[in-house]
Design a protein around this ligand. Structure first.
Ligand SMILES: [Zn+2]
Length: 467
């Protein structure tokens, strides 16, 4: 009998990790994500793996986000030398994400060691290094959607489009067990059907066991048209006020959606600003990867881009100005009005956005737009919660800019979309809820019972089941 171990993103949204062990002894790891959020959770990243990395036959990655891939360099540092399977676009995006993550780990350790030296404490080592990330990247194996591949003896996988970020996949896994084939489907992160550019998550119908993400298990998203009208109105107001608009954004996914929306406003004559600055080296590189993979976009959006003869982002939003270097970034400081500035980090925990706060947040004619969820404990959250002052770059600033939160840009499926996706399975499979906070899972569990009369289980961290 094959076994499935629930190792990460269990009753929480980060650290995605599952281990499948076949009856014949094949061991396949599904995702190897980093825990993010509160300090105690992040401390878990340095704990040893719950399995011997050298004993794995293969690793399969659903998509490039760090909470699904961020511990791959630690895995290779611990001796894993086998293949890491992901879609072609995920392989490209992983390079950006893992090298950036390694750089941050090294910088954090360097900073901490300065402090430790002053306290007479021994130096600490980074969680992993750039060399470890490079090693992990060298083990990537790209696999197109819909292609069946045997990744370990008796274990076949197929990627299906999840529509969450470029390259994101629902993973279908067939495990041979004697003469039987057991079919496991891992939803990965499912996309929001209202998001632009990407296709809707592929519906699947055959499975014995389904792992369903439940990030938004308790609520439906607002329709994106209403959110877009709200954004358009904020931009008009900022224009009337004569200030800049700051948008903290994640580099991969959210930023490309925003550029697409702003491009649409531009094409429709609804964008009053004179320049949109993309002030994030990582987002600029991610844009290039998105542009190279146009063929993976949804047909309707692709048709709109083709109709305008758009081949690169710059053709869609001609006032987009990319500022990769620190000098170009600093030059934006001189602009006092008429600019939209998109910069990371998405929750304002660092990155170039904090420099733009320094120059804009104390000015009442400016606007700050949060296009996504801000986790507790982050600078973004305290601004959203109405902080009157913030401290960035060792200085205090009054928050006088107008602050807006837009809820409709999520890259995750809302409750009704999750229910709709899972309802396509024939013969009610065993259903396990993963990747969600406990209350959201309980809400989804209740709705699944009410609407489909399906029972769903909420596994405990470390729980093992037979599949
Ligand atoms: Zn994700």
């Amino acid at each position: 009998m094959a076994l499935l171990n629930f190792l990460g993103a269990i009753q929480q949204v980060t650290g995605s990790c599952y281990l499948i062990e076949s009856r014949d002894g094949a061991r396949v790891l599904l995702d190897c994500g980093m825990r993010q959020g509160r300090r105690e959770e992040e401390d878990g990243n340095s704990a040893p793996f719950a399995f011997d990395p050298r004993s794995l036959d293969a690793v399969v990655i659903s998509h490039a986000h760090i909470d699904h891939t961020g511990l791959l360099p630690k895995l290779t540092a611990a001796g894993y030398r086998g293949p890491i399977f992901a879609t072609d676009a995920s392989c490209e995006l992983m390079e950006l994400m893992l090298l950036d993550a390694a750089f941050l780990q090294e910088k954090d350790a360097e900073w901490e060691n300065k402090w430790r030296a002053r306290m007479g404490k021994p130096a600490t080592r980074p969680l992993y290094t750039t060399a470890d990330a490079e090693q992990a990247l060298s083990q990537r194996r790209a696999l197109p959607y819909q292609q069946v591949c045997e990744v370990a003896k008796g274990v076949q996988i197929t990627f299906h489009d999840a529509g969450h970020i470029l390259g994101s996949a629902i993973v279908e896994i067939a495990v041979q067990d004697h003469h039987l084939t057991r079919r496991l489907v891992f939803s990965g992160d499912l996309g929001n059907t209202c998001s632009p550019l990407l296709r809707d998550p592929s519906p699947l119908s055959q499975a014995d066991v389904v792992l369903l993400e439940s990030t938004y298990g308790d609520r439906d998203h607002r329709c994106s048209e209403a959110t877009l009208d709200e954004l358009a109105e904020i931009l008009q107001q900022a224009h009337r006020d004569g200030g800049n608009v700051l948008i903290p954004s994640f580099a991969v996914g959210r930023t490309q959606d925003l550029i697409y929306h702003l491009g649409r406003f531009y094409q429709e004559g609804r964008l009053p600003q004179q320049a949109v600055f993309l002030d994030s080296p990582m987002a600029i590189r991610a844009n290039a990867i998105y542009s190279r993979n146009y063929d993976q976009f949804a047909e309707a959006d692709l048709a709109m881009l083709r109709a305008k003869n758009v081949k690169r982002v710059e053709d869609w939003l001609p006032i987009l100005r990319c500022t990769p270097t620190p000098e170009e970034s600093m030059a934006i400081n001189r602009i006092k009005s008429g600019a939209i500035i998109i910069a990371g980090s998405g929750m304002c925990t660092g990155g170039r956005i904090v420099h733009h706060f320094k120059h804009n947040i104390w000015r009442q004619e400016c606007h700050v737009v949060f296009p996504g969820f801000q986790a507790r404990g982050t600078l973004g959250r305290s601004i959203v919660d109405g902080a009157e002052f913030i401290k960035v770059l060792h200085q205090r600033f009054a928050v006088r800019a107008k602050v807006h939160t837009l809820g409709g840009f999520s890259a995750h499926a809302g409750r009704a979309q999750l229910i709709d996706w899972v309802s396509h399975f024939d013969h009610h499979p065993e259903l396990y809820l993963v990747h969600g906070e406990l209350e959201k899972m309980q809400a989804l569990q209740k709705t699944l019972k009410e609407q489909l009369n399906w029972d769903a289980s909420i596994p405990e961290p470390g729980e093992q089941i037979a599949i």
